[in-house]
Design a protein around this ligand. Structure first.
Ligand SMILES: [Cu+2]
Length: 149
């Protein structure tokens, strides 16, 4: 008899937890779009964080997004993900002007940080495969002369 009561209590406790968690998750889901954007942009004062993903579309490999823009002096944090399918599980990511040259293995994101101390437009690409389409890092002067805000 007491076993049955115990089972009932356990079941009720489980249902309560489930309901509480369900409610909490709903609230989190409602709040997340704005929170996620804010977190990405303001992770740390003066830090600009981006996720760059290597993908393949119709037999062509790309690092996306194709342009990232920061201000001179910003600390830049790049999370690099290689999601290109196929036999080769490694692609490169390089910004020669900033002496950056990384190898990114599929399934193992890599995070790099650097200070954007030089202004200008700097190409990024995969140093392992010249045909792999890259993009550009735009570093504006402090006043934002290249792209007004
Ligand atoms: Cu590549």
């Amino acid at each position: 008899m007491s076993k049955m009561i115990l089972k009932t209590i356990t079941l009720l406790a489980g249902m309560t937890l489930f309901m509480l968690f369900g409610a909490a998750r709903t609230i989190a889901a409602d709040a997340s779009p704005a929170t996620a954007a804010t977190t990405a942009a303001m992770e740390e004062p003066g830090t600009k964080a981006f996720t760059l993903v290597s993908v393949e579309v119709d037999d062509t490999k790309f690092w996306l997004p194709s342009t990232i823009t920061v201000d001179q002096g910003d600390k830049v944090k790049l999370t690099l993900k290689n999601q290109v399918p196929g036999a080769s599980n490694q692609h490169g990511f390089s910004i020669p002007a900033y002496n950056i040259a990384e190898i990114v293995t599929r399934g193992t994101p890599k995070t790099i940080t650097f200070v954007a101390d030089k202004t200008g437009v700097f190409p990024y690409s995969c140093q392992l495969h010249p045909a792999h389409v890259g993009g550009q890092l735009v570093v504006n002067e402090k006043k934002g002369l290249l792209l007004p805000r």
